[in-house]
Ligand binder design. Structure first.
Ligand code: GLN
Length: 554
């Protein structure tokens, strides 16, 4: 009986694939997150997955300037920033199961082959690679017990890279014709020279998709402006889509407007209709709309400098690299009724004299996010020393915490020749050292997915800034690091006034450092990444404490 029931349930699961047409970077991840949000608002159980077409097994080994932020899931998988969008929009943790790359799929198939799991047959690119992707999609849907599973396929149609995943869509659709919907997020340019919106690239994209045996049921028309009736009809006619399923998706002020905009076009109702889902009354987006409203009118502004090194890409500034940190700052500011003004400052500018430290006085608070390697470190250390002495609120995340400890060791505890093993392993005082279990991995060059990753608990010191912010003494946060505060120096630094206000439950690993509030209004560093837990409807308490301190200092 129980199995029968489960089988019945398994049959009713629905899948929405989101593919890109014309070009990348037009907001497929936000579109996927927004569709998930409006379906969830209808009372459906929803989960979202991402397929990245690159050969890397995960996103952890890629330079952020190339790939954007690496988002770490609860389970420790290093993934794409879209996974962060799904978690933020859905206000939920998503398991490792929901992310795959070409590399990880091949790795599973090859492992199975080596284990004789294919029973001696010829293992082929098609169908075996798409079948492994399908196996994972179904597993993720079952794990979430989802009514609807959204699967975003990275890249755009017509590329070599994602063709095997589009083949997976075709195979799933032929198996479950009534349970699959395909959404193509397209782009409609308005060339300046003619000032008219052009549908031709979208027509080509739809045709390219058709050659794979997959047709789009919905086209989301991303464009600088709204789609008019004439072009909507044209797209419908030439791309085999019902006119009501061509959805206008113009540029909006903020990504959080997108779910609301989709609902203006009744997208969730149309999707439910297509998938044969019981279409209850329009969803409840009240909390979401309140958040959006708050985000648009702050009673005051708070000006934060993010000091990092991954900002420059040719002539362009890349803020994508710190996406979760930026969003976390916004959520806390909105909750406090403030408009955040976030400025990106390259730490290297303080090394070559492009910027003076005194310019930091223009900001209400300074944040140094995570990072790796030696570039820009001297500049970051200068910045930390300055904001410590000037009592400008400081929030250090991961490397930003390790460097704050190093600055304190050098300039307050006066340890000559102090460093972190990441920069100078031969230094006399390694106040930040490599974690013992990392030594072997580094020696063997075993670097992919081997940091201390994912969620770990920490215990907080009663009465500390951290404990007061969290209103708790036991917390759990996500990590991504190889180095840690060297315990041999803890006592000496504490004697000089630094407070280690959070540690692993056994006390062996420093998780949070701070200065007492009598000494500095807010000088806090955390070894973990609180930004991965910050959500629009549930801001992170430490970010809130930092933004509040910054505003009050002002
Ligand atoms: N590079 C440092 C480490 O590996 C900090 C990492 C980070 O900021 N995510 O420990």
């Amino acid at each position: 009986m129980a199995t029968q029931k489960r089988q019945k349930k398994a049959k009713s699961r629905k899948y929405i694939f989101v593919v890109g047409g014309v070009m990348s970077g037009v907001g497929k991840g936000v579109a996927t997150s927004s569709i998930a949000t409006i379906l969830k608002a209808r009372g459906l159980r929803v989960t979202a997955m991402k397929i990245d077409p690159y050969v890397n097994v995960d996103a952890g080994t890629m330079n952020p300037t190339e790939h954007g932020e690496v988002f770490v899931l609860q389970g420790g998988l290093e993934t794409d920033q879209d996974m962060g969008n799904y978690e933020r929009f859905l206000n939920t943790d998503i398991p490792d199961l929901n992310y795959m790359t070409t590399g990880s799929v091949y790795q599973s198939v090859i492992r199975k082959e080596r284990n004789l799991e294919y029973g001696g047959r010829n293992v082929q690119v098609v169908p075996d690679i798409p079948l492994e992707a399908i196996r994972r999609i179904k597993k993720a849907a079952e794990h979430a017990d989802a009514d609807v599973t959204l699967i975003e396929i990275g890249g755009t149609v017509g590329e070599y890279e994602n063709i095997l995943f589009i083949e997976a869509v075709r195979m799933m659709r032929s198996e479950y014709p009534g349970d699959i919907a395909v959404v193509m997020v397209s782009y409609l340019p308005v060339p300046g020279s003619i000032g008219e919106m052009k549908t031709k690239p979208t027509q080509h994209a739809a045709r390219t998709l058709n050659t794979t045996g997959v047709t789009a049921d919905f086209i989301l028309a991303r464009a600088p402006v709204a789609l008019d009736k004439k072009r909507k009809e044209k797209i419908a006619l030439f791309c085999n889509v019902q006119p009501e399923n061509v959805i206008s998706a113009p540029d909006v002020e903020s990504v959080y407007d997108v779910p609301v905009n989709f609902e203006k076009h009744k997208l969730s109702e149309r999707l439910c209709k297509k998938l044969g889902l019981p279409c209850k009354k329009a969803g409840d987006l009240v909390a979401w709309k309140n958040f959006v409203r708050r985000s648009k009118k702050g009673a005051g502004t708070v000006k934060i400098a993010m000091v990092g090194k991954y900002f420059n890409s040719g002539e362009f500034v890349l803020s994508d690299v710190y996406l979760s940190v930026i969003e976390a700052l916004k959520y806390s500011a909105y909750m406090l009724g403030l408009s955040p003004e976030i400025h990106y400052v390259s730490s290297v500018d303080f090394e070559n004299g492009t910027k003076q430290l005194s310019e930091l006085k223009d900001y209400d608070g300074v944040l140094i996010p995570g990072g790796f390697g030696t570039t820009g470190i001297a500049g970051k250390l200068k910045v930390i020393g300055y904001v410590r002495k000037q009592r400008i609120p400081y929030f250090g995340i991961c490397y930003g915490m390790q460097l704050a400890v190093l600055e304190y060791a050098t300039n307050v505890a006066r340890l000559k020749d102090a460093s972190t093993a990441e920069i100078n392993p031969a230094a006399r005082h390694l106040v930040i050292d490599v974690m013992p279990d990392q030594k072997e991995k580094i020696a063997q060059n075993d670097m992919g997915g081997t940091m201390r990753l994912g969620e770990y608990p920490a215990t907080l010191k009663r009465g500390s800034i951290a404990a007061r912010a969290y209103k708790a003494e036991k917390i759990s946060e996500r990590h991504r690091h190889r180095y840690e505060v060297n315990n041999e120096y803890r006592e000496r630094l504490e004697e000089k006034g630094l407070v280690f206000s959070g540690t692993s439950p056994n006390g062996k690993l420093v998780e949070i450092m701070e200065l007492p509030q009598e000494v500095h209004p807010f000088f806090v560093g955390v070894q973990f990444h609180p930004e991965f837990h910050a959500r629009p409807l549930d801001p992170h308490p430490l970010f809130t404490a930092f933004v509040k301190a910054a505003y009050e200092k002002k």
